[in-house]
Design a protein around this ligand. Sequence first.
Ligand code: FES
Ligand SMILES: [Fe+2]
Length: 371
Amino acid sequence: MDTISPLQATKPAPNMPVNASRRPGEPSRFVHNTWYVAMFSSDLERGQMVHRTILNEPVVFYRKEDGGVAAMIDRCSHRFAPLSMGKLLPGDRVQCIYHGLEFGADGQCVKNPHGKGTIPPPLHLRSFPVVERHTLIWIWMGDKKADPATIPDYSCLDNRPALHVTRPGYLNVAAHYELVVDNLLDLSHISYVHVGILGNADTANADIGVDQKGDVVAVSRISKNAETPGILKMMSPAGFERGDQWNTISWYPPSNMILEFGASKPGEPKEKGTGYFAIHLLTPETERSTHYHYTAARWNVLTDDEQNAKIRDKIYEMRTFAFAEQDVPVIEAQQICMDQPEKPLRPALLSIDAGPIAYRKVLDRLLSEEG
Ligand code: FES
Ligand SMILES: [Fe+2]
């Protein structure tokens, strides 16, 4: 039974010139002393070197012989060739492809094959604290001491049956990370941009609430006795056509989110329903591009494994379609529109912007604390 409406892509954006960097004088809005997701654990195999640009810094990642992850600047101190083009050597060392300098996992230069082999301090490279947790590789880009206790709780991904978690998804979005956070914390767009698959006209008038605990901002939208979106119909063996639905998205500063999405039969408690945790992990690449990692983990699974395999793939396909073909074209076009005028624009806000306003206040404070 396929209960999903036909997928409707966002219509293409007008052909507009792209501005790849921030405007002159525009302040950087990166928080450095925090954890960012560099990639999924499964993205980094032994023997590989993987490059990621994070907060405008080139970083190379590789697995050490003990299986742990090393991360250092992906730019040789000699003539600036990327180390990720070089070779991994025994002893967790990296050899530069260009003139053979060798570096340890802590970024220290350990061998200069030229002249007398001296190693002056400028040859050493910066390395970064890395923690592997919740099937993700986290990196700390700041200069303050990294505290792994502050990594957000994504334990819903730990030790889950394979059929209950969708495969890792990744998109590179040509926009500032705050525009992607705005999009995710604005649940009202679901009824318009994702009509049919994640929302519909019944959910457009749902009440939206904003709640803040410490620095974590949560935006909720509850719809009572509304038409059940297609994906949730598939996840219920009873296949209820109408239900009570809830979406609660929590933002962990500066750019990681988790959405609890689900439905139950009208009037039944939430615990009797079903749904999934939708994981959204944003990491600024540059001022105009964002790494977007995503996956989803189901909760209170009510269907059998044959159906679970189909649902797992369907959730992945639908979410990938929703982000890549519906959200991202709007966000990237929005970025271009914002970059066209000489002066920064100020949005004319609506009541639905309460979530984005709340998280920006926290973000502004964290940015000013970093100076
Ligand atoms: S650029 Fe790396 S050794 Fe010369
Ligand atoms: Fe969306």
